[in-house]
Design a protein. Structure first.
Lengths: 442, 303, 314
């Protein structure tokens, strides 16, 4: 604990020094102002809260944080952004909210701010931001509406971005002479061996609870298996061979998983790994901080990291959050300054040292960061295979996602036939897409 | 204003605040909801900006298997909690209707589960049902039994158990009160006639308690349809839709799927369902009262 | 339960065993929460359900970090604003209880004494209204409170409010204490009227007539004669109203904003999926449960009266 604060202080001191030289005036007009920001209850944003006092000290701008669980945050934002004048100056949004907010014209296009010489910091170095995340989280209007493409533009900046990695118990793997899995086949095999080798221990801890959780876990396997939710003409193909295979993988994982795995949300899945009840964990990179925190974890120092196993291809998830400025915000310019400060090189390093997820190449390669978090190198490697198209970020996705998640949960708990279940999802998705006008041009 | 007109106005003056509030915050919203249920309404719109779609929301719901499953879950939940609670609550009241030392302590402590916030009840039970650290599975394991996947495979049952824990005391206390206010003469007479304990219960106590029991059951039934927080905290409706009662589905439709029109139509379905149930129970109550009165008269004549 | 002997003092020990078991079952989960609120997360997760742990008040400190006068070493920042939420909960519960009682009392009195509407109709309506689940009110209340029950910020009242209380946009009921209080009063009124009716019926008419002979007006009769006589009923009604306002989650979560959050919202939010901190959650749950527990221990008689008055006499 002490050492964390100490490093934090050193890093902060360094950034103050740096900022003191570079910026004399840009913040002067806004000093004394209070920005209201809406952040999710999420380890990255917990780390952000630790560094916010630094921003206030440096700029004189106060920040009031309204932190909510991320699904609640989305509900709150739906309401806030629809008002003529909203409470929030800066919001963090879940990746899949991008479609809703941009489509409803509720987020500021960032071009106007990066063009403004009084606001834009020339040393910002936007090229250092990780491409995949920028396109996945901040970009809208490109190919398919949500991918990189010539018609797109920037509405937000990735902040708290994640990809998936495989965490495994080094001690258990060593004890039984197990190889770290490279492919899905090996991983599923080991996952089902563990309960035999270590009675009472589950193989792989995955989320599977009804709704968003089950859907997320399924999509995690779908991409490496070569599957997609839609083909290029928006026809649902979630029920093809790859889809069935991914659902089977999820079922195997849950069946060989820890007790009660079928009802695990993210918290329970992680909790089970932290308590030492499971040998592997395949999900977001965001958990590293907690796994190394002796107050929460019984497996400190026993966890190794590997790439998300491949099947027909490599494809780890891209997810997490971005930050953007609502159209109805009161202090947009100051909000931009905060946004720029947070995602700057110094800010990104600061938050990484406080336990957050960096969004810049330079931070992943940074010597201090790597010295403190040795897993950062694996994470950086995983990033290269991050798949920005592992789930469709379109406005009707929320509805399809909910249906997919509920149906998969039925597969896991009520033994619904997988093919039949996915066929149902596909046909219902087709109706939703039809209603939303995706087949107008066919 | 003369004193007499003032006196004539008094009842209205006394009633006015209550009426105003009820109209403003209950009746008007209910009307607003009915109106909204015929529209395609999104939370970012004011109701006036939304599009009129006729019965579309009702039809969609009627054909939606998820909605139907949710109705089934709601009915299953409500019927099972009310019947089990009635059984246990009345049984305990009959069993413990005697001068026991410690009864007042029991009654006091029995109220606790009802008074505590449903949110808290939900989180305590969620903790107790926890697959690995929960007290149930720990106990099972320590006596060498297989742990149970409470909130997974048996989610609905687990939720029902939690509700029984929370609300059986309500029925117990009401039945006990009813028992203790029974006419002593009738019981005395039965005992002199040599009726056994069971005979007294079946032929005298239960029929005489019936009106109270009906009202109690009705109140519980109404409340069973209101349960939401406990389930929200424990399972969030999952796994699948196995514990997604209507109240929860309404709130999810409104906040998560952002379909206020559909949520309004769903609320209307729920209201209609409740109305039917209440009318049925009231009707049955009248009929039972009539029968009870007859029975009472018969007993009194016998005495 | 063979021989039912009413007045004998000595009962079979088995009955006492049953009573003791019931007490353990009723109190057990709450006791478990109490014990766990003094454990660190590591102790809770490790599943040693025994009493062998070092009790700590750290969870309570974490929960109350915004009102404690001293800095906490184990926290980098104060995430839970429990103190603020507790004050919101208190304001909302107390104010709505007060208004529900005053308004409900007057209405019940009018219904009983002036009988221009049959009591049956009144209690029938009450039952009907009581039937409405909060979830049904969610959609309309959300829409109305946010979009219709608003004062334009350019009107004189709107300007005064915005100048004095800050905030942006039109002044709407949503997000204010009054918005939540209004819906709680409406939700509780039917029940309060129903309970109080059964108490007012028992007030002897002669007392009131005597007071009227002495020249008291209807309001004086009501406040000086009737009110003092139905105190037990008022206490019961107050506890029930307070309980609902104190514990309610759904409507409060739809109507509150970041400054008017109540404790139940905070607890549900804190069950955030990334970080289930059982210890802190148990501590907040315990803090939320304290007022109801106090009521139960000190006013159980009134609560039972209230419960039975509703069903047995109503």
């Amino acid at each position: 604990m002490l050492s964390i604060t100490k490093t934090l202080r050193t890093a902060a001191a360094a950034s103050v020094l740096f900022a003191g030289q570079a910026m004399a005036g840009p913040y002067d007009d806004y000093a004394g102002m209070t920005l209201v920001v809406n952040f999710p209850a999420h380890p990255h944003y917990d780390a952000v809260r630790k560094i916010l006092p630094e921003f206030t000290k440096e700029t004189g701008i106060e920040v009031e944080v309204d932190q909510l669980p991320y699904l609640k945050m989305r509900e709150r934002q739906t309401l806030e952004l629809a008002q003529d004048e909203g409470d929030y100056d800066l919001i963090a949004y879940v990746v899949f909210s991008k479609a809703d907010y941009v489509y409803a014209d509720q987020l500021e296009n960032l071009a106007r701010y990066f063009m403004n010489p009084k606001l834009a910091d020339p040393s910002y170095d936007a090229d250092d931001l990780i491409d995949g995340y920028v396109y996945n989280i901040g970009f809208a209007g490109g190919n398919k509406g949500y991918l990189q493409g010539k018609t797109g533009s920037l509405f937000g900046i990735p902040y708290g971005s994640e990809t998936s990695v495989l965490g495994y118990r080094k001690d258990i793997f060593e004890k039984h002479g197990l190889e770290v899995p490279e492919t899905y086949e090996q991983m599923l095999d080991i996952a089902c061996k563990i309960p035999e080798l270590e009675p009472g221990m589950g193989g792989l801890s995955s989320r599977a609870a009804s709704g968003h959780h089950a859907s997320h876990a399924f999509l995690l396997h779908l991409a490496p298996m070569g599957g997609r939710v839609f083909d290029d003409s928006w026809t649902p193909i979630v029920n093809n061979e790859a889809g069935v295979k991914a659902a089977n993988a999820l079922k195997t994982i849950v069946d060989c998983g820890p007790e009660g795995a079928a009802s695990f949300g993210f918290g329970e899945a992680l909790g089970s790994f932290l308590a030492g009840d499971t040998a592997m964990f395949l999900d977001t990179t965001v958990v590293a901080g907690q796994i190394n925190d002796p107050k929460k974890s019984k497996v400190v120092g026993k966890v190794g990291w590997a790439m998300h196993p491949m099947d027909v291809r490599r494809g780890s998830q891209t997810g997490g959050f971005g930050i953007g400025i609502p159209k109805n915000a009161e202090n947009k310019e100051a909000a931009f300054l905060l946004m720029q400060w947070l995602t700057s090189k110094a800010g990104d390093k600061l938050v990484a040292m406080a336990g957050g997820n960096p969004s810049r190449f330079s931070t992943h390669a940074d010597a201090d960061v790597n010295a403190k978090f040795p897993h950062m190198a694996t994470f950086g490697e995983a990033l290269k295979h991050a798949d920005p198209d592992w789930r469709p970020i379109i406005p009707v996705w929320g509805k399809i996602n909910a249906d997919l998640g509920t149906t998969l949960s039925k597969v896991l708990t009520e033994d619904l036939d997988i093919q039949e279940a996915l066929d149902g999802v596909a046909s219902r998705a087709k109706v939703v897409m039809e209603e939303a006008g995706y087949y107008t041009w066919q | 204003m003369s004193a007499t007109t003032f006196n004539r106005l008094t009842p209205y003056l006394f009633l006015a605040p209550a009426l105003v509030i009820m109209v403003l915050a209950l009746l008007y919203p209910l009307g607003y909801m009915v109106y909204g249920s015929f529209r395609d309404w999104d939370p970012s719109q004011a109701l006036g900006e939304s599009e009129f779609t006729g019965l579309a929301n009702y039809v969609t719901l009627w054909n939606d298997p998820n909605f139907r499953e949710s109705v089934a879950v709601t009915l299953k939940f409500a019927v099972s909690v009310v019947s089990i609670e009635m059984l246990i609550g009345v049984g305990l009241a009959l069993l413990l209707d005697r001068n026991l030392r410690g009864m007042s302590v029991l009654r006091t402590l029995f109220i606790l589960p009802m008074m505590i916030a449903p949110v808290v009840v939900g989180l305590v039970w969620r903790y107790m049902y926890h697959p690995t650290v929960g007290i149930f599975n720990n106990t099972l394991k320590s006596i060498g039994l297989e742990p149970v996947d409470w909130l997974g495979q048996h989610a609905l049952l687990s939720v029902i158990i939690a509700d029984i824990w929370q609300w059986t005391p309500f029925i117990f206390i009401l039945s006990l009160a009813a028992l203790q206010s029974l006419p002593r003469s009738a019981l005395e007479a039965a005992r002199i006639d040599g009726a056994t304990g069971w005979q007294q219960i079946i032929h005298i106590k239960l029929p005489l308690m019936m009106p109270v029991l009906i009202v109690t059951g009705l109140l519980r039934l109404i409340d069973a349809f209101k349960v939401l927080e406990v389930i929200l905290v424990m399972t969030e409706g999952g796994p699948g839709l196995s514990t997604e009662i209507l109240a929860l589905r309404i709130s999810r439709t409104a906040t998560e799927f952002r379909e206020l029109g559909v949520a309004a139509a769903m609320s209307n379905y729920l209201l209609i369902l409740l109305m039917l149930l209440t009318l049925l129970m009231l009707f049955y109550n009248r009929w039972q009262e009539y029968r009870a009165a007859k029975a009472k008269r018969a007993i009194e004549e016998a005495v | 339960m063979a021989a039912v002997s009413d007045n004998s003092q000595a009962q079979h020990p088995a009955f006492y065993a049953v009573v003791v078991m019931l007490i353990i079952m009723a109190v057990g989960p709450i006791a478990l929460m109490f014990v766990n609120s003094f454990k660190l997360d590591v102790d809770i997760i490790s599943g040693t359900s025994g009493l062998l742990f070092l009790p700590t008040i750290q969870n309570y400190e974490t929960a109350l970090c915004d009102v404690l006068p001293y800095e906490l070493d184990h926290l980098d920042f104060c995430a839970l604003k429990f103190g603020g939420a507790f004050i919101n909960s208190l304001i909302i519960a107390l104010v709505s209880t007060f208004f529900t009682l005053v308004i409900g009392c007057m209405a019940a009195y009018a219904l009983v004494r002036f009988r221009f509407m049959g009591r049956d109709t009144a209690s029938g309506t009450t039952l009907m209204v009581r039937m409405v689940p909060p979830a049904v009110l969610l959609v309309p209340v959300f829409g109305l409170w946010n979009n219709e029950f608003c004062i334009s910020k350019t009107s004189w009242l709107g300007e005064i409010i915005r100048d004095n209380f800050g905030g942006r946009g039109d002044v709407c009921l949503a997000g204010t204490h009054s918005g939540i209080i209004l819906i709680y009063i409406a939700m509780n009124l039917p029940f309060v009227i129903w309970i109080l009716q059964s108490f007012i019926v028992q007030v002897p008419r002669q007392l009131e007539e005597a007071a009227r002979m002495d020249g008291a007006g209807p309001f004086q009769v009501f406040f000086k004669v009737v009110l003092p006589l139905i105190k037990p009923g008022l206490a019961a009604a107050a506890i029930f109203t307070f309980r609902i306002a104190w514990n309610e989650y759904l409507l409060a979560s739809a109507l509150s904003d970041r400054d008017t959050k109540t404790v139940p919202i905070l607890i549900v939010n804190n069950m955030s999926e990334f970080n289930v901190e059982w210890g802190v959650i148990m501590a907040t749950g315990m803090l939320l449960a304290i007022p109801p527990i106090i009521f139960t221990l000190f006013a159980s008689r009134q609560i039972i009266t209230g419960m039975t008055a509703g069903a047995v006499k109503g």
